[in-house]
Design a protein around this ligand. Structure first.
Ligand code: PEP
Length: 251
């Protein structure tokens, strides 16, 4: 039995006042929801205030990225331990915007995942193909490469704190959602690969969430797929009403 995860990636949005308003509204809209792991990923500067407001709430707080070193001369970076110190329990690693805009390679993603797990964080590890790669029939090859390298040297115990996020790049922020069948096909492929790399027990327990233009009106059909265990939500997590409606999906 895998507990569904619904995570909101706020990207480069929401300064303190807006961020606090959003989590306050969200908390009251979902206070009766049970059996769903809810995560919000604000920008670094508001992690502390958001976490303080959520101190007695089950809503978890995530960083949107982290560096692999714990400390040192790395101007501008934030370490996994700093995220823990700010009250985070989760971190997003390998988001396609980091890969595309900030030259993040599979090897860097692996170093970040390893460091985040050592600090005790749960990792939302993002993978997904571009439109060009899908049209060239390379989707599974891309997922295979990203996952093999991203999870390199991790143990089955490490995998208990990894959540895979399948985010086809062509569906992020475009309004184009993968069809339920496309999502299921990719998720089943990922689960099979994780079974091969670790064990069928690790694969069965792994939560694989879908990301890419998830909205209140498509979440239920996505969640009905057997290998879809939740969602990583960008745009629709920026208003409390739409994110709460997604969290309240009907299975
Ligand atoms: C994301 O940023 O991970 C994402 C899936 O964005 P959106 O929901 O806006 O497509």
């Amino acid at each position: 039995m895998r507990i569904p995860v619904i995570a909101g990636n706020w990207k480069l949005y929401k300064k303190t006042a807006e961020a606090l308003q959003l989590v306050q509204d969200l908390s009251s809209l979902v206070k009766d929801v049970k059996g769903v792991e809810i995560v919000v990923a604000p920008s670094f500067t508001v992690l502390g205030p958001v976490r303080s407001l959520l101190f007695d709430s089950p809503i978890a707080v995530a960083g949107q990225d982290c560096f692999w070193a714990e400390e040192g001369a790395y101007t501008g970076e934030v370490s996994p331990g700093m995220l823990v110190d700010a009250g985070c329990s989760h971190v997003i690693i390998g988001h396609s915007e980091r890969r595309q805009l900030f030259a993040e390679t599979d090897e860097k993603v692996n170093k970040k995942i390893t460091a985040a797990l050592r600090a005790g964080l749960t990792v939302l590890f993002c993978v997904g193909e571009t439109l060009h790669e899908r049209e060239a029939g390379e989707t599974f090859a891309v997922l295979d490469r990203q996952i093999r390298t991203g999870l390199n040297n991790l143990s089955p115990v490490d995998m208990e704190k990894v959540i895979l996020a399948y985010e086809p790049v062509w569906a992020i922020g475009t309004g184009k959602t993968a069809t339920d069948e496309q999502a299921q096909e990719a998720h089943a492929f990922i689960r099979q690969l994780v079974a091969e790399l670790f064990s069928s027990g690790v694969a069965d327990a792994l939560r694989i969430v879908y990301g890419g233009s998830v909205k209140p009106d498509n979440i239920t059909a996505l969640m009905a797929q057997p290998d879809v265990d939740g969602a990583l939500v960008g745009g629709a997590s920026l208003t409390a009403e739409s994110f709460a409606a997604i969290i309240r999906f009907q299975k």
